[in-house]
Design a protein around this ligand. Structure first.
Ligand SMILES: [Zn+2]
Ligand SMILES: [Zn+2]
Length: 142
């Protein structure tokens, strides 16, 4: 079984604001009328990270009057914005901003280095050493 192991230094070394802006700019909206869903891809390995699907509270409910329709539409808009913010927050835990190439990369492609954390491709080009935020390891039978 493949498990993912976290590097403990990750959380305190995240570049929060820049990362969130980058996520916002590339976040794909896959939401429907019933479910809110968003995703991004790692620019290095193309791994997908999708947010947890959130159900619209009025999903499947048909408004009986024009007034109700207006209200439901506003509820949808509010819940959409909240779901999008939540997706950006959770994505930030799984993705990183590389300050060298400015790309969004996943935790397996992002290295904690001595001077500056960066993606694996940049680390290779700049001959920097580092350990991934998250490594795929084969789970030993304990
Ligand atoms: Zn990746
Ligand atoms: Zn990079």
């Amino acid at each position: 079984m493949k498990i993912l192991k976290y590097n403990d230094t990750v959380t305190r070394r995240k570049v929060g604001c820049v990362l969130r802006k980058l996520i916002e700019s590339v976040l794909e909206n896959l939401s429907t009328r019933d479910v809110f869903l968003f995703r991004v891809f790692c620019a290095n390995c193309s791994a997908e990270y999708a947010s947890k699907p959130l159900r619209f509270t009025k999903a499947g409910v048909t408004p009986t009057t024009q007034s109700k329709k207006i209200i439901y539409d506003a509820v949808y808009e509010q819940e959409f914005m909240a779901a999008r913010q939540a997706a950006i927050r959770s994505t930030a835990e799984h993705m990183n901003y590389c300050p060298i190439c400015k790309r969004l990369v996943c935790n397996q492609c992002f290295l904690i280095c001595d001077d500056l954390d960066m993606c694996a491709r940049c680390a290779g080009e700049l001959q920097e050493q580092g350990s991934p935020v998250m490594t795929a390891v084969i789970d030993a039978v304990v």
